[in-house]
Design a protein. Structure first.
Length: 337
């Protein structure tokens, strides 16, 4: 997925989409509440032990990280039973993955093998790992999810875009729920591409329309109120539903990249990459988890997540509001991503 055209979605009042489950596989971060800082720096997910097990054999590192995060998110949402089997509407649950570098290590390994030994040197067991949609595929297979299945590889805006795509699937009636995953594995290939050391990162959130979620007794953590991807921040904010009267209690973003002084009016600002290092496609989904943590503290104000900026090909903004919330006014829909 690529391009920089303006994209905006708005919530019809009858199809408000909420976050009902969150899971992390992130070293040094035990719970999503830790994202509000200061980070504990220890505990949390341990890749040395957490990425092992029979069920993870023959899977690439990004898929293993994602499966651990999804396991926690579905449990948190109350969508698994005592055997960890999925209990929701499997035929109508989508999987949307955001990753920019996810299986680059597997692709590079395959290319090196072909260069040294020819195609006969490749193992059939390793070929699935070279698919660009491998992470979303393994998540769907593990839980029997047969709804729409896609991967967003959209640069800096990828994580927020993935949340918007999942939301659009529900607003369009294509899905009744969605598992959104942001994942980027650490390793030599990733660090070479980024030019700096990174950390294994996987975060999963479960999105559902508010009414069905309430009917089954789920606990909404936040409302996805508006999203836009545009050429510049001012345009993105406008299409995402930001107005002069919108109160922002937490701004999740990079002030330098945003380049918008009026955003400093937010009560608090957190730059997750300044604390955790490069997050790439996982950033936007991790920002969503941090927003939920903000609301659970009882803090006032909405949450604005921004990614991208002048150094990138586009900017994306996501507006999240607490639950319960007043329903947003109906606006004419813009161009969808």
């Amino acid at each position: 997925m690529s391009g920089t055209s303006t994209a905006r979605t708005s919530d019809p009042s009858s199809r408000t989409v909420v976050v009902t489950g969150i899971g992390l596989a992130l070293p040094g971060v035990a719970t999503y509440g830790d994202l509000l800082g200061p980070l504990p720096g220890e505990g949390g997910f341990d890749p040395a032990t957490g990425l092992t097990g029979r069920e993870l054999r023959h899977k690439d590192r990004a898929s293993r990280l994602a499966l651990r995060a999804v396991e926690s998110a579905l449990d948190d949402a109350g969508l698994t039973d005592a055997t960890a089997a999925f209990t929701g509407a499997a035929d109508a649950t989508a999987v949307v993955v955001s990753t920019n570098l996810g299986n680059a290590d597997s692709v590079c390994d395959a290319a090196d093998t072909i260069a040294a030994e020819g195609v006969r040197g490749l193992s059939p067991l390793g070929l699935p790992r070279t698919s660009s949609n491998v992470v979303a595929g393994w998540v769907a297979i593990r839980y029997g999810l047969r709804g729409p299945n896609l991967t967003v590889c959209n640069g800096a805006t990828s994580g927020l875009d993935a949340l918007a795509w999942a939301r659009n699937l529900m607003l369009a009636g294509r899905a009744e729920a969605a598992v959104v995953v942001g994942v980027e594995p650490a390793g030599a290939v990733t660090e070479k591409l980024l030019g700096e050391q990174s950390t294994d990162t996987a975060v999963a959130v479960v999105l559902e329309p508010a009414d069905p979620a309430g009917d089954r007794g789920a606990r909404p953590r936040a409302t996805i109120a508006g999203h836009a991807r545009a050429q510049d921040l001012a345009e993105a904010l406008s299409y995402a539903g930001m107005t002069q009267t919108t109160t922002i209690g937490l701004w999740l973003g990079d002030e330098a990249s945003a380049g918008a002084g009026h955003l400093l009016a937010a009560t608090r600002r957190i730059d997750l990459e300044a604390q955790l290092g490069p997050l790439s496609g996982a950033l936007g989904v991790l920002q969503c988890a941090a927003a939920a943590a903000h609301f659970e503290t009882g803090a006032t104000g909405n949450v604005l997540a921004t990614v991208g900026g002048p150094r990138h090909d586009a900017t994306a903004a996501l507006l999240l509001t607490p639950w319960p919330t007043t329903r947003p006014s109906t606006q004419e829909p813009g161009e969808h991503p």
